[in-house]
Design a protein around this ligand. Structure first.
Ligand code: ATP
Ligand code: MG
Length: 790
């Protein structure tokens, strides 16, 4: 039976929470409540509730205890219908009885013992009946990786870390509301021109996997407008005219026949309406050459990028499918968020402008869902199975493709898999590191991978699930096969990863394999007692190209920024800065560079390194990021830098196109005319100065007169700590060589220095660890050095 809690009154009528359906008035609500769908979901819910009530949760069992042994013990309380085991860890089990009274009998007995162990027994937790609905609120500002890493390190387990990732990245409720409002506003505007049209959000804004700042994907659905137009034309022929029907002077309907209009004409129409009639919208750009033509725009106040495609019903439907999967099991969301973020960090996903050689988030999400169909026991059913669980009203065919699946998770029995998130994430990497992407096709419909050869021959014979009108079109166009083949769950002739390059394919396998290896380590599984980064933090470390294991590619560097803070500077320097006008930033930067140099040279005992030939070449040809400095009046040049390794190489601001202060500005500043906005060094680190550093410091402080100082808080202590580590190391060799590029950015209170690290030689793969250490050590140490310059 439905409960009154299922129904909510809204300004527009009623809302049934069980079925996620709006009804405009009481008679339609009553009709809905008597309808097949609502009744079906009510029955299913009662069944699930009964199952939960007749189950108990048992912990304290031996990992070796079998299902049969549990059944034998618990059958003394009544017939057992199901036993769900936590198979990997053997820590708990759920026993489902045929009758509720057996549960009561178990719970009233004070003590339970099995194989000499005392069992803990409690009622099975009644999980809140969840629909595939919006994610909960999280009022978070924009994503700050350093903060995320810090927060992740504070949690107790990888499972908690994954939940934290969701909490941090997900769309906040206010962000969701503003997206909904924008969609409503657009629908209102478009309806003036195209009566009865609909603007439907799809993609990550509504699929429950959205992150802050993700784009807003919208479909303009013109099906009803077409019907309206046909009707209007018929009436016109008959000589009837009804201006209230929307066929007014303002209407653009008479000018364009929606039944025969080309996609380009429709795009022009959408572009015109967006440009002329929607407030706050700018940068409206039609994209006519993409697979699905669309119009891009930006909403100024919401700072939101939006896309409108036309009549793209398949995308709306596959978004509903992702929503459903998300609601089927509480592990889906954390896993998808974690994998999406991992892929972003590894530069595997996220084509910045839609097309491109990387995976898009939709394809990546399908990979996670496919993996969850393939774990044992499966966490998600195949799309075929889902289809069989749908009721008549949920049948759906779009463009000839069968898109039937239940609308609510309650229609699908819960999974018996009890793996935790930490295990599942490891399993994901393991599954795909061995996956034969180029020799097979990922089919979520069947929940298995199909060898390409048999897929192709079968495709010829494949019975048409399409209606007759589109079957011809289907035969003509097969999926575009490539290095990675992920079949769309509904449009079976579409490879959602058809754009992927061979290079991205290799990169995907390599990253999965490296992550899989890492997941086997204790650093992944256990929180570091020494406060080091662990679990997801290391997994999310950005990919270092040019480092160990990397095979060339565009260089991406790792950055640490040091904000300008007047409060930590000595008074004399502050006075000088405040009397220098805008030039203060260059003077401060000069001081900061001296501090950075002292940090590497004196405190961390780095030695100067030769500039690698590759970067010298880049500088000569002007292909590097920095221009060659040919200005003799300035200290150092690229030539001098190459011959004076480890030395700061200032780069004049005039040659920096990215510089935030203009040339004009600087000309006025006599005191800073010769100060650079950029500098770079090449260093070699021969010792693991980061390893065991805290312990060395602790030991040192015990015997030191100096008061206890935080890490990076005292120049002499840190130098001595490094010295101790260096002396203990028996066989030093050049561990890592790296380049540091420094640049001053921003202005006023927002002035900051950004230090970019690029490994130039990291054969042993230590750079990542060194960089992690620097992330926390460098800002604090530089602050100390700036506050007390020698
Ligand atoms: P984000 O915007 O955060 O990158 P998203 O889930 O919105 O993630 P998009 O790439 O914007 O992903 O795609 C939006 C929607 O468009 C998807 O949810 C899917 O419905 C549809 N879509 C995207 N790419 C494809 C594709 N290759 N084939 C079929 N549908 C796709
Ligand atoms: Mg999107």
């Amino acid at each position: 039976m439905e409960t009154s809690e299922d129904i909510r009154t809204t300004p527009r009528g009623f809302y049934c929470k069980l079925c996620s359906i709006h009804t405009p008035n009481r008679p339609s609500l009553e009709a809905h409540l008597k309808g097949k769908k609502h009744q079906h979901l009510c029955r299913l819910r009662s069944k699930r509730d009964a199952q939960v009530e007749s189950s108990i949760y048992v912990s304290g069992i031996k990992p070796t205890t079998s299902r049969t042994e549990l059944a034998e013990y618990f059958e003394q309380f009544g017939p057992v219908s199901e036993i769900i085991m936590d198979k990997d860890k053997g820590l708990y089990s759920i026993i489902e009885f045929s009758e509720v009274k057996s549960t009561q009998a178990v719970l009233t007995q004070l003590e339970h013992r099995l194989q000499g162990l005392k069992l803990r027994v409690k009622p099975r937790e009644k999980k809140e009946f969840k629909l595939a609905s919006k994610p909960p609120d999280a009022k978070k500002s924009h994503i700050n990786l350093e903060k995320l890493n810090y927060d992740l390190c504070q949690t107790a387990s990888v499972n908690e870390q994954m939940q934290k990732v969701v909490e941090t990245l997900q769309l906040s409720e206010s962000d969701q509301n503003s997206r909904e409002l924008l969609a409503e506003l657009l629908e209102e505007v478009f309806t003036e021109f195209l009566p009865d049209c609909q603007i439907i959000p799809f993609g990550s804004s509504v699929n429950t996997f959205g992150v802050q700042s993700c784009d807003l994907d919208l479909v303009l659905d013109l099906e009803n407008t077409k019907a309206f137009q046909s009707q209007a034309k018929k009436s016109e022929k008959k000589g009837e005219h009804n201006s209230e029907d929307g066929d007014s002077e303002d209407s653009i309907l008479p000018e364009i026949d929606l039944n025969t209009a080309t996609p380009a004409e429709l795009l022009d129409l959408v572009t015109a309406v967006l440009r002329k009639c929607v407030p706050g919208v700018y940068k409206v750009q039609p994209q006519k050459t993409t697979r699905l033509p669309l119009v891009r725009f930006i909403h100024r106040d919401l700072n939101l990028q939006g896309d409108i495609t036309i009549n793209n019903r398949l995308a709306v439907r596959n978004t509903r499918f992702l929503q459903l999967c998300s609601g089927l099991d509480s592990r889906v969301r954390p896993l998808v968020y974690t994998v999406r973020f991992w892929a972003k960090q590894k530069h595997l996903a996220g084509n910045p402008f839609g097309g491109g050689p990387l995976l898009n988030n939709y394809a990546l999400t399908l990979l996670v869902l496919f993996y969850l169909q393939n774990v044992d026991p499966p966490i998600l059913p195949t799309v075929e199975k889902l289809k069989s669980m749908a009721c008549e009203e949920e049948e759906c065919v779009i463009d000839g493709w069968d898109c039937t699946f239940p609308s609510q998770p309650i229609s699908v029995p819960p999974s018996k898999n009890t793996d935790d998130l930490c295990t599942l994430l490891h399993g994901f990497f393991s599954f795909y590191s061995k996956f034969d992407f180029s020799g097979s096709v990922v089919s979520l419909r069947e929940g298995r991978s199909l060898p390409i050869a048999s897929f192709l021959s079968r495709d010829e014979e494949m019975p048409d699930t399409a209606d007759s009108s589109s079957s011809k079109h289907k035969k003509a166009a097969g999926p575009k096969l490539g290095p990675v083949n992920i079949l769309d769950p509904f449009n079976l002739h579409h490879n959602v990863a058809g754009n992927l390059s061979e290079r991205t394919h290799r990169h995907l396998l390599r990253e999965c394999s490296e992550s899989e290896k890492y997941c086997r380590s204790l650093q992944y599984q256990r929180k570091s007692a020494k406060g080091k980064s662990w679990g997801l933090v290391r997994l999310f470390a950005p990919r270092v190209e040019g480092g160990a294991g990397s095979q060339g590619g565009t260089e991406r560097s790792l950055k640490i920024s040091v904000p300008f803070q007047a409060s930590v500077l000595p008074e004399s320097l502050n006075k000088k800065l405040s009397s220098s006008g805008d030039a203060f930033r260059l003077i401060w930067f000069e001081q900061l560079c001296s501090a950075v140099e002292a940090l590497f040279k004196d405190i961390l005992k780095c030695t100067p390194a030769e500039e690698p030939v590759s970067t010298q070449e880049q500088n000569k040809t002007g292909g590097g990021e920095e221009e060659v400095n040919n200005n003799d009046s300035l200290e150092g040049s690229s030539k001098q830098a190459a011959s004076k390794p480890g030395k700061k190489r200032p780069l004049p601001a005039e040659e920096s196109s990215s510089s935030s202060s203009s040339k004009g500005k600087r000309r006025r500043l006599d005191s800073s005319a010769n100060l650079p906005e950029k500098a770079c060094w090449f260093w070699a680190q021969r010792h693991k100065v980061w390893a065991g550093r805290r312990k060395v410091r602790r030991d040192l402080l015990k015997t030191s007169d100096e008061a206890s100082k935080p890490e990076g808080g005292c120049r002499s202590i840190e130098s001595r700590v490094t010295q101790c580590i260096v002396e203990k190391e028996e066989d030093p060799k050049d561990l890592v060589e790296f380049k540091v590029d420094a640049e001053v950015l921003g202005g006023g209170e927002n002035t900051k220095a950004v230090l970019k690290f690029t490994p130039t030689n990291d054969l042993a793969g230590y750079f990542q660890d060194f960089f992690h250490f620097l992330e926390s050590f460098l800002p604090k140490m530089v602050e100390t050095l700036l506050s007390k310059p020698e």
